[in-house]
Structures are given as structure tokens and as C-alpha cells.
Design a protein. Sequence first.
Length: 114
Amino acid sequence: QVQLVESGGGLVQAGGSLRLSCAASGITSSFNAMGWYRQAPGKQRELVASINIGGNTNYRDSVKGRFTISRDNAKNTVHLQMNSLKPEDTAVYYCNARTFLTYWGQGTQVTVSS
């Protein structure tokens, strides 16, 4: 059974940095794509960044230039380096991974204080 476990969330002041990590278990092949979503209270879950097996990345406009996604295909891990954090980045961040199925982590809270 595939499991995704996130780590690295927490509380940080505006302008600070956090690094989220997601480790997958229960799978021997690489995911076609991995990414990070977030959901703030009262809002829909939204894509933050994604990266495919070839290393091509996609970011939502509001995080471009501040966040960097990376992955290790051999280890089936994905990371999100978040710099220059803003209060509006506050949300629960979810790891996402796809083969022909889609998998989700349990989420990790990121809180940015002003």
C-alpha cells in the first residue's frame, strides 16, 4: 500500500523559510508526477507546485520565484523549499503523487505570522 508522509511544516515569521519533504513507501517504481497542494481554511485545495518524472516543473503564479520544488526519483521523495513566506501562504500543505492512481499525504500545517 502506497503511503506518503510529509514533514517540515511549522510556524514561521513573514519573510522566513521552510522546507517541506514528502517520502513515499510501498512502491518500487517512480511516480509519473509529484507535487504539493495547499488548503487554507474556507478555501478550496489548490496546486502549489508539481514536477514530473523528467524534472519539468509547474508553479502557481503567487509562489513563482519564492518556492522551489525538487524530487529524487530513486528515493521517491519530493521537497518544497519555501522562501520569503507570506501570511497568505498559511495553509495545510499536502503531498500528491500520481501513477495511474493518485495518492495523498496526510498534510502538514504551515503558518506564517505577520
